[in-house]
Design a protein around this ligand. Structure first.
Ligand SMILES: [Zn+2]
Ligand SMILES: [Zn+2]
Length: 191
């Protein structure tokens, strides 16, 4: 079965080199849906608690919220950084507090201090799905991602192999020692 969680993200981007309106910098509210698949954990009668999916994913996704997302070769990138530097906000500002943890993958690098994400490919809805899967695939059993932004939408399904060991009391993934990081439940040694 699947547990399904939805997020909304406000961001600005453009399609550099694209022959259409989207070549100009503009903004969106994007809606991301994450479907996590596993057995139903009999202890809590859930696949995975949605608030835990939210917490895990939002740690990373916060980087895309109220951020500018530009491709690495976009000349707007140095121009924006130059303005931020002159203004003294390139390396952070006291009011910039809702920051995610900086990350770097093959597809994207997040600079939370100036609310910027630099991507390898154009950040289309398809591009966003690739980035998100790459960031979260090791933490969640992702079966499907859907991203909608303006009139554009895309989705991708993934094969989920294996099942995560989850706490029978609060439903979240047990650590490598079979201990629940939330409530301290310890999985009994198998006989
Ligand atoms: Zn757009
Ligand atoms: Zn627990």
């Amino acid at each position: 079965m699947r547990s399904i969680t939805t997020f909304d993200l406000q961001y600005a981007h453009r399609f550099y080199g694209f022959r259409g309106e989207a070549q100009y910098l503009h903004g969106h509210t994007g809606y991301l849906t994450i479907e996590v698949e596993d057995t139903v954990n009999p202890g809590v009668n859930m696949v995975f608690p949605c608030n835990e999916i939210k917490k895990t994913a939002w740690d990373v996704l916060k980087n895309f919220d109220h951020a500018v997302i530009l491709r690495e070769d976009d000349p707007l990138l140095p121009a924006i950084l130059d303005v931020y530097a002159k203004q003294g906000i390139k390396d952070g500002a006291p009011q910039n507090q809702m920051k995610g943890a900086a990350f770097q993958t093959e597809l994207a690098t997040a600079y939370p201090d100036c609310r910027l994400v630099v991507t390898k490919e154009t950040m289309t809805v398809e591009g966003m799905i690739k980035i998100v899967y790459d960031l979260l695939k090791d933490q969640l059993n992702i079966a499907k991602l859907t991203f909608t932004s303006g009139v554009n939408a895309a989705c991708q399904e993934y094969d989920v192999s294996g099942s995560m060991e989850r706490c029978p009391l609060c439903g979240i993934a047990l650590d490598a020692n079979g201990v629940c990081p939330k409530c301290g439940y310890q999985k009994p040694a198998s006989s």
